[in-house]
Design a protein. Sequence first.
Length: 280
Amino acid sequence: MNKQTKKKQSSRIRSVFQWRKKDEKVMSLFLTAGYPELGATAELILGLEKSGAEMIELGMPFSDPLADGPTIQYASNVAIENGITMDKIFGMVQEVRKSSQIPIILMGYINPVLRYGIEPFCEKAAQSGVDGLIIPDAPIEESSMLARSARANNLDLIYLVAPNSTDGRMKRIDEHSSGFVYCVSVTGVTGARQGDEVARSVDRFIGRVNKNVIKNPKMVGFGIKNHEDAKIISKKVDGFIVGSALIDSIRSFYPNNEWKRNVFTFVKDLKYGDHQKHKE
């Protein structure tokens, strides 16, 4: 890969934050690769972008997803049954890159990365058009090899902070992260939660985040299920991430004939509230 391609690729995530309108919140959506069917992923990503998504976190299914709640566990199991592989995930990204420059971040567990090989994985990810990695079970103390390889291939490596992270740890994570810092709004596994449950605990946490994370943009996720949640929870950060609520939406509409259209309507509502007031 030539330097120009690398430079362009590595700037996609940063560009989203640099070019957003004042007070506009960036929306990143988590989608399990290969769910609900292998052939739908690239088309879903393109439709999600048209519906208001500015970034995509593409989940790498794994057979033992210990940090995930029932929704993403279910989606991962279906994708594995569908025959998803790492090379097929790279192929999906390549397919999207034929017509879109939306930032794509691979998110998942370290085991499949180790099995593929850290260096080959990072090289293939970059060649395919991936922009960054989120590997929650590879903390900064245990990811020096991954960090080196990601840096060598101009992949942003995004770390997570949570309500139980100390101030000092938040500062270290900010120092090591690139692209943005992922703020986990509540402790526990992934899953949509009641908005007031999240809102009550998130204010103090975000206050600490804003005091300690000063180098990177901040995205908040876990527990957001609608536009009101997103507005409340992301008001003091740069944007929000929705995963389980999107998977729940796909699961509720699939395989009806209009399932994709209904999912895209759900996403417009997430981003804009009453999407009828906004043009596509």
